[in-house]
Design a protein around this ligand. Sequence first.
Ligand code: SF4
Length: 416
Amino acid sequence: MNTILEMARHRLEGRAQKLVVAGCLVERFRDQIRENIPEVDAVVGTGELEQILGAAGVAPPPESNSPFRILSSRREGDARQARGRFSRAGWDGAIADLPSSLYDETTPRVLATPRHMAYIKIAEGCDHPCTFCIIPQLRGKFRSRRLESVVAEAERLARSGVREITLIGQDTTCYGEDLELKDGLALLLERLAQIEDLRWVRFLYAYPNKITGRLLETIVAHDKICSYVDVPLQHASPEVLRRMKRGGGADVFLRTIEKARRTIPDVTLRTSFIVGFPGETEKEFEELCDFVRAARFDWMGTFGYSNQEGAGAYSLDNKVHAKEVELRRKHLMQIQRQISRKRKKALLGKEFDLLLEGASEETDLLLEGRTAMHAPEIDGKVFVNETPDRVEAQAGQFYRCQIVEAHDYDLVARIL
Ligand code: SF4
């Protein structure tokens, strides 16, 4: 909202010609945005991608030449739809249509990331029933892009200079299920690993019970696929996970982690948790803390529970007080800080490939980059404090580096 208000000032003062608000927020607060911010020229929900052209004053292409493709869905999604999972009844200004289309390899695209890296959305929507989440109502049923479409886009990006690709979707491990593909994500990764000009391929947002042996073996079999698994677990107490309608628990998660570490010895593990879910007792929170100590993640994020109208958990009793939620969040991050410090220290003296990203955002005196252990934008940083005279360090290039300092989350390296 603050960003929209900031842009509204530009619109008012004539520095912006049009102000179009697009995306999830529109699905949730369409009428309020229109009523309270008159500077907004148009709102475009997640199911109205094509209307963004009209909103920007550009004639839309004929329907036969749409840049978006209507995609299929899975039986699980259809069944959940029948049970009301995607219903927006009672939402202020929500329109009936859920998004059903997604871009493909022929859709014109402007990269908003640096030239050497790109995200590729391989699927849209989600069929899971997590009770804290309204993404399914915002993004619709899970549906995948065709495998050939993703590969063609990756090849095109590689030709234009992209060296690192990060695959995203609400649940990337479901990829291909609606296309009757078995092990769809593993198959896709195998194909992407064949693209010569790419150096790193990774995927984010795995669903815990979808991390198969085949997927782990595919990661370890290809140098270009980063040994990196991001699996948001949300909690570790079986009781809380049951109320979240996610299933699982500390024991089964630890077995999955152990299997990942056994199959991919240098694997980097990332996860995120929600603390203060309605009814979370001291004991359940302690179970989560014990699990975090045992799992020793490389990267971890913690969010305080946020009560979303329209989510299943909205009507649950025993909400945890906001102050307590924040205390628990800080406590869990404190535990992780110590684990992270130890894990980063263990990297001292080791050598890695580093993708240089340019001058550090924090000081002009240092450069900044990432190793395969660091996903773009979310993980800690690697600062570079030394470059040999003969090397002219360039953003977007790969260099061999050695870790010379380790902090709680960040590393310092020298280029060799
Ligand atoms: S939390 Fe993730 S898996 Fe669960 S419903 Fe939301 S988007 Fe889907």
